[in-house]
Ligand binder design. Structure first.
Ligand SMILES: Nc1ncnc2c1ncn2[C@@H]1O[C@H](COP(=O)(O)OP(=O)(O)OP(=O)(O)O)[C@@H](O)[C@H]1O
Length: 321
């Protein structure tokens, strides 16, 4: 261990905390920042989330994985107050958080990234950052854009926003429309915006989705930095390379429930995990024709997305001229 290097010792401390833990769903952690009990969310007849017990270790990077439709995003939404659970309770730093609205959850230090919506794409990068602070404080979303309302805090908020944009290498883009950013830069902005409230627990929803390989390492580095600065990270991700690379612990969901937990190197070979993914993704091997057809469909989707991106950038630009 490198006691003189906080980054090394934080990673080592996170790994040490998991050493010897049973790889069973709901296993108790030595120092949990978040403790979840019996959370249920139903949509009509569908039970999207039914999590018995789960604990998130403080100071660690924990991945939440599972096949499509497993309930990962719905679970995130319950915990952060963006949606209301039908049952269950959870504590953050020992404080009850169920029933607490999203902005108050963020004020307690538990914040999630949310995707750059169409409306936010039409604001500049720095305006998005200011909203990160304003919205989290529970104020009127767009009131944050009226300079007179910020008063004394304006300078501090702007300074923090600019410091974060510098750190995330977005400062040169601060007056650009968020909609003009590349996929990777959007992810950086989402992360930077979440940090406006100086959180203790950062919850990232698919941080690598749509990211160009050129920005992959930079994004991974930023996520690792959050732990190095003493934050706890919980992230949902489909990219297994990222999960292997940066997580200290992995929690697996399937059909709304936590079905396995464990260190990244062993979880991928866990029979329960293989079953969950096989059941969801690979019922039968694809024929050569099916593979070709999937490839063509994917290419068509990419082309359509590229066209739509071009249109929305133009749209955003027109509106401001
Ligand atoms: N608002 C909603 N109304 C009805 N059903 C919903 C709603 N939100 C989610 N669901 C359903 O709940 C289940 C869990 O969805 P969720 O998006 O949480 O899964 P996920 O694990 O995040 O999937 P993915 O990895 O594809 O994003 C799915 O069957 C989904 O169709």
């Amino acid at each position: 261990m490198h006691a003189d290097n906080p980054a090394q010792s934080r990673k080592a401390a996170a790994l040490a905390a998991f050493e010897g833990l049973a790889t069973e769903p709901g296993v108790a952690k030595p120092d949990p920042i978040l403790v979840v009990d019996k959370v249920v969310r139903r949509f009509g007849g569908l039970t999207a989330v039914d999590v018995g017990h789960v604990e998130i270790q403080r100071g660690s990077i924990t991945a939440l994985i599972g096949p499509n439709g497993a309930g990962k995003t719905t679970f995130f939404n319950q915990l952060t107050g963006f949606d209301t659970a039908d049952a269950g309770e959870w504590t953050f730093n020992g404080q009850k958080m169920n029933g607490v609205p999203a902005y108050k959850v963020a004020r307690h230090g538990m914040v999630r990234t949310f995707q750059l919506t169409k409306a936010l794409s039409k604001l500049t990068v720095i305006e998005n950052m200011r909203l990160g602070a304003q919205k989290q404080r529970g104020e009127n979303f767009f009131a944050g854009l009226i300079p007179g309302l910020w008063r004394g805090e304006e300078a501090a908020i702007t300074q923090r926003a600019e410091d974060l944009l510098t750190r995330f290498k977005l400062i040169a883009k601060k007056d650009d429309f968020a909609g003009s950013l590349s996929g990777g830069q959007r992810k950086l902005l989402e992360m930077a915006r979440a940090l406006m409230v100086q959180p203790e627990l950062v919850m990232l929803d698919e941080p690598m989705a749509g990211v160009n390989p050129a920005l992959t390492q930079s994004l991974l580095g930023h996520v690792k930095n959050l732990r190095e600065e003493g934050m706890t990270v919980l992230f949902v991700e489909h990219d297994m390379d990222m999960v292997r690379d940066i997580s200290d612990w992995v929690i697996v969901m399937a059909q709304g429930a936590v079905i396995a937990e464990g260190p990244p190197h062993s979880i991928m070979s866990d029979a329960r995990v293989i079953d969950a993914y096989l059941g969801a993704h690979h019922d039968a091997p694809l024929s050569a024709e099916e593979e070709q057809q999937q490839l063509e469909e994917a290419e068509a989707e990419l082309a359509a997305e590229a066209d739509a991106d071009g249109d929305s950038t133009k749209e955003a630009g027109n509106e401001r001229v």
